[in-house]
Design a protein around this ligand. Structure first.
Ligand SMILES: C[S@@+](CC[C@H](N)C(=O)[O-])C[C@H]1O[C@@H](n2cnc3c(N)ncnc32)[C@H](O)[C@@H]1O
Length: 200
């Protein structure tokens, strides 16, 4: 399949400048996630579209064994250089292809601010691939329908599917998962805690 150039390879150095800010953000928001799911019950997690690994570092700090996968080698390189990420396993991979893991390899999977950048059929493929490699719960962290002017401009520039995504987030997810529990986190974000169809 022909792939468009990954814009994240271009912007990785700039994106990396926000690593500490992102880490603080995730540190605060992970507590909100834990209102819906007790992370201490699980052993390992894969962060799909992990970028520079800020969320990976926070999940590691919460005691999980963390694998981070991303399409962009340059994003991964920044994450792998952080001293707190030495125990995180980073590797390059495309969630729209079959990732090199057996079914149910991970207790949990998470994708943070990846879904809105994909087209609708690609989101469906990502949800399916995450469901395949996950034993228990798929977690999507992304925007809600509450827009800001700045987010709209940034997302329009990025050229993803943000405007469609925010209109249909839960409807779409309900077609891919047996249950979707939403926990708002901040003004414009939410944790979507999804139970795949074949899980209890
Ligand atoms: C907006 S960034 C979010 C990065 C990180 N999750 C965070 O919260 O900072 C989206 C990331 O998803 C990655 N990505 C996009 N499509 C992907 C795909 N098909 N497979 C794996 N990673 C992908 C991009 O390379 C980029 O690093």
């Amino acid at each position: 399949m022909k792939r468009k150039m990954n814009i994240f390879n271009l912007i990785a150095p700039a994106y990396g400048l926000f690593y500490d800010y992102q880490k603080k953000h995730y540190m605060a928001n992970i507590d909100i996630l834990q209102e819906g799911i007790d992370l201490s019950k699980y052993k390992n997690i894969i962060d799909v579209g992990c970028g520079t690994g800020a969320l990976c570092s926070v999940l590691k700090q919460k005691g999980l064994l963390v694998t981070g996968v991303d399409l962009s080698q340059r994003m991964l390189k920044i994450g792998a250089k952080k001293p707190e990420n030495t125990e995180v396993k980073f590797f390059k991979g495309n969630v729209l292809d079959r990732l090199p893991f057996e079914g149910k390899s991970f207790d949990l999977s998470v994708a943070s601010f990846v879904a809105h950048g994909l087209k609708r059929n690609e989101r469906k493929m990502m949800y399916a691939e995450m469901s395949r490699i996950t034993k228990h719960v798929v977690i999507i962290y992304d925007y809600t329908e509450k827009r800001s002017v700045l987010t709209s401009i940034v997302e329009w520039t990025e050229g993803g599917d943000y405007f469609n995504f925010i209109k249909k987030t839960k409807t779409e997810m309900k077609k891919s998962f047996r249950d979707v529990h939403v926990i708002n986190a901040g003004v414009r974000g939410a944790w979507y805690i999804c139970t795949p169809f074949d899980k209890a």
